[in-house]
Design a binder for this molecule. Structure first.
Ligand SMILES: *Cc1c(COP(=O)(O)O)cnc(C)c1O
Length: 361
């Protein structure tokens, strides 16, 4: 009836159907106020309730301690690559662990502001693993240690956080945001763009420990780029991405209703296992990263032939499996199986892959 495909996009990505239907229902007249959320003032009482509930639901889901601020910011995850050094690089030194394209971009951006040391990397093997981070050469002067916790493009994920030797940990969790329980206290800042595993594009949620929110930013930091400006104004120094906040709020309620982050982790592990088990048994398809570092969210895979990859992607698309083409820097295929991808979607994909394998081997 709805004619929906199974959407394996890495982002913007699949959203829960229930949430989309609810938004549709409220589109013309949000709860009797006679207008859509897109049309209301961000200073209205109605919107105030939306943003407050959104924040509270996220706090509940992630168990965010009181001494952390939740900021709804614009500029996506990519603007955090600059905002973080601008706010934290007091000594103008930071250590970066480069495990993929997003970590690399963050590391490059930080070089504008100071010395950004690459203290570990997995680029030697096309980012197909997470380096051992138990005893890294952390710089004595480092203001923070930076990681990207789930590598969207390459499909690896930290199973254990690095030993930062007492330094502040900053983590980009764009593509595994809310995929499993998280201990916020282990981080100085933990942040992510929402368009992967939460909501529509155009917003980043940055969870920042209070003592890091000060006026003492690098010289020349724009007012809007100070965490303090945003924190003092409750993320409404200027007009926020109101509709995105509203949609994320709905997804948070959906997550709560479905058992929260422990339940999500169980679901995600079950889903990923179906796909990885098949990849491990297949004579045609194989995963591209080392087993112990496999992501629960982004699953890259290949055949041994570029032609066969292309044929698979085309036939899968015709059969209703969308966005399986791998990122242009990796090639092959990638299935992103975020929270909103139902297990049936993964089962249907694996059944389709088996059939393709039988027909083409
Ligand atoms: C997509 C992605 C980004 C970039 O997000 P934008 O919101 O487009 O800036 C950064 N980091 C990770 C891990 C991502 O997956």
């Amino acid at each position: 009836m709805l004619n929906r495909v199974y959407n394996f996009s890495a982002g913007p990505a699949v959203l829960p159907e229930e949430v989309l239907l609810e938004a549709q229902e409220e589109m013309m007249n949000y709860r009797g106020c006679g207008m859509s959320v897109m049309e209301m003032s961000h200073r209205s009482k109605m919107f105030d309730e939306i943003i407050e509930e959104c924040q509270q639901d996220l706090r509940d889901l992630m168990n965010i301690p009181d001494n952390y601020k939740v900021l709804f910011l614009q500029g996506g995850a990519s603007l955090q690559f600059a905002q973080i050094p601008m706010n934290l690089m007091k000594n103008r030194v930071a250590d970066y662990i480069v495990t993929g394209q997003w970590a690399k971009k963050a590391w490059q951006e930080a070089q504008i502001y100071g010395t950004a040391n690459k203290i570990a990397s997995s680029e030697d093997k096309t980012f197909s693993y997470i380096p051992d981070c138990s005893d890294l050469p952390i710089s004595p002067e480092a203001d923070y240690v930076y990681i990207c916790e789930n590598n969207t493009i390459f499909g690896t994920e930290y199973k254990k956080l690095p030993n930062t030797k007492g330094k502040l940990l900053v983590s980009d969790i764009s593509s595994n945001f809310l995929s499993k329980p998280v201990d916020v206290e282990k981080y100085g800042i933990v942040y992510g763009g929402v368009q992967k595993n939460i909501g529509p594009a155009g917003m980043v949620i940055s969870i920042v420990r209070e003592d890091l929110i000060t006026d003492d930013c690098l010289e020349g930091t724009p007012t809007m780029m100070k965490f303090k400006t945003q924190a003092d104004a409750g993320s409404m120094y200027n007009t926020p991405n109101c509709y995105c906040i509203y949609m994320c709020g709905k997804v948070f309620k959906w997550l709560k209703k479905n058992g929260g982050l422990s339940a999500m982790q169980q679901r995600n592990e079950a889903k990923a296992k179906i796909l990885y088990d098949y990849l491990d048994s297949s004579n045609m398809f194989r995963g591209t990263v080392v087993k112990e570092d496999r992501s629960l969210m982004n699953v890259p895979f290949v055949t041994d032939s570029a032609d066969l990859n292309a044929k698979f992607i085309a036939e899968a698309k015709a059969a209703g499996f969308e966005n399986l083409k791998g990122h242009r820097v990796v090639g092959g295929m990638r299935a992103s199986i975020y929270n909103a991808m139902p297990q049936e979607g993964v089962e249907a994909l694996v059944a389709f892959m088996k059939k393709f394998e039988e027909e083409n081997l």
